[in-house]
Structure formats: structure tokens, C-alpha cells
Design a protein around this ligand. Sequence first.
Ligand code: ACO
Length: 323
Amino acid sequence: MIHARITGTGSFLPERILTNQDLERMVDTSDSWIRERTGIEQRHIAETGQLTSDLAEPAARAALAAAGRRPDEVDLLIVATTTPDRVFPSTACLLQQKLGIHGSPAFDIQAVCTGFVYALSVAEKFIKTGAARCALVIGAETLSRIVNWNDRGTCVLFADGAGAVVLEPSEEAGILSTHIHADGAYESLLTTVKPPPDATPESLADGTAFIEMRGNEVFKMAVNTLGRIVDETLDAAGLSYADIDWLVPHQANIRIIQATARKLGMPMERVVVTVNRHGNTSAASVPLALDTAVRDGRIQRGDMLLLEAFGGGFTWGSALIRY
Ligand code: ACO
């Protein structure tokens, strides 16, 4: 049986760092509140004019280099993003042009924070059926453009970045299963709205849509839903909690990550945590965390990985991977 195997990972963060102390000067918040409630210490923010495809390109090139592939070998390109450069062309097409790839399919997937898991799930099917032999799958965001910088409830959370993987066919196990879900009944708990009346030009980077979240309700839903998807994933594979070497979760909030780890009975040493330094980069957060742990040597070939994510929609999903 042919599996889709991750043959390379890459990531990119914009240079500019916004610390909790910087935020203390912007809204009524404190470093201690942000650390205690979210685990976030700092986040990276794109420069004005630095768009999602600008972050995706170096992440994609790093993943291709790690896989030993050239851009012209890519025959499927998927970008998961909530913050595309433009309404159209897709960010995938804009990135394709930057990478000098011509002719192969390229499209975006919009599933907010679960976007990368959705994209991985789609790309896996292309590889397994033989429709693609070298898929580039990217999660990339410039969420700072749709944050209301006057809203302390959300502006402390979100950030920018990109992560990428290359998928290729393999006879050895790679992606063992993916599980993706959505329920639009919850759309109003985490959504985008028109600029609020108190918005000032300085608080609006983009000016079209802004994140609005009922944080506490989202928090409870995220913890319960992620607990369920972990069970669904392990049951489908006939595995138990003890078989997982690394949990690579969506980096929304350290308390949500800790709750999922507790459910798995996993010590936090086996959980990849980047939320403290990256904040919540939505579709970029899982591939950014994966690349971080691959490059620093924690994740080794042969390890069993559980990737999971939860986001606006609501959407949620997981991937079980023999790395
Ligand atoms: N600084 C100081 N005080 C604050 C801040 C802040 N930045 N933000 C809110 N507060 C205040 C609130 O006003 C409230 O004050 P009150 O008690 O006087 O009314 C108090 O802190 C508690 O507010 P809660 O919202 O109940 O705080 P909570 O512990 O739930 O933490 C948080 C808020 C961090 C947003 C949390 O709810 C959370 O992480 N939610 C889930 C986020 C998530 O997972 N999103 C999904 C993925 S994101 C995506 O899909 C794009």
C-alpha cells in the first residue's frame, strides 16, 4: 500500500517581535495576565506590505530543501490560509509564481486554525491515489492584518508565520490517517466582523474584517472537541495513548494544550509547545511546531506523531503520522 510520507519540513517567521510588554503599552493588559491565561510571551508580526505568500515562500523553500526537491518537481501545491494576499488569485497561485512552478494544480483551503490539517488530509489523498508524487502543503497567515488592535481579548493572542511540508509516496508508513470535521452551527462564537465603531486607523491594519471571539465558550468547546478527536484517531488506528511519541497540537492556548495532553496521559515533555514564542498563528501553527521539533532533533524518523487542531467554523481535525 502506498502512503503519503513527509519528506521535508520548513517554516518562516517575520523578523518583528511583539512582546507582552509592547502590548501593555497598547491596551489595558499585563504580561502576567497574558502568560497565565494563554502561555504566550511574544509573537512575530509581519511588516506592512509583507503578505501571506511572502511568509509562505521561505517556508516552502526550506521544506523543499529538506526533502531534496526542486520547486519544478512539485506537482500539487496547497496553501491553508485565513488571510490570503487577495480575494483572488489564490495565495497558492501567487506562491506558485514566486516559486517558479508552472502548470500543476494550486489552490487554497480555508478552515481557519484547522486549515493545515485539512490541507494535509486532501494532499494525502492525491498522493495515495497516484494523482500527485510531490505535494507541497503550507499553512501561512498574516493574522495581524485582521486583528482589532484595540480589543485586548483577541489582540494578545494572534500572530503571523508560515510552516510547510513536502509529501511524497512511500511504501513505508507515513500518514496513517486523517480525521476532519466541521459544524457551522457555532459560526458566531469565533468569526470576523466589520470594523467596530471604536476602531481607530492605527488599530486597523487591513480595514475589511476583524476577529471577534467569545473566548471562554470557544475555550470549553476546544477542550471537549480535541479530547474527542484524540479518541477517534487512536480508535481508528487501534492504538492506545501510550503509542504516541509526540503530540503536535494547534498552538492556541497553553491551557488547551495541557488539557489535551492530560487526556492522553502524556507528560508535557512529549508535547511540542511553541505558543509561548509564536502565539496563535492559525493555519501556520501546527506545521511551525512540527518543523521546530524536527529541526531541533526532538522528532526523529519512526516516531508516532499526533497532530490536532481546532478553529473557527467550528472546524477540527487530526492526523496520525509515523514520521
Ligand atoms: N488582559 C487583561 N484582562 C483581559 C484580557 C487581557 N488581554 N482579555 C480579557 N480580559 C479580562 C476579561 O475582560 C474578563 O474580565 P471580567 O472578569 O472583569 O469580565 C477576564 O479577563 C476574564 O475573561 P475571560 O474571557 O473569561 O478569560 P479566559 O480565561 O477565558 O481567557 C482567552 C481568555 C485567553 C481568550 C481564552 O478564553 C482562550 O484561549 N480561548 C480560546 C481561544 C481559541 O482556542 N481559539 C480557537 C482557535 S483560534 C481560530 O480559530 C482563529
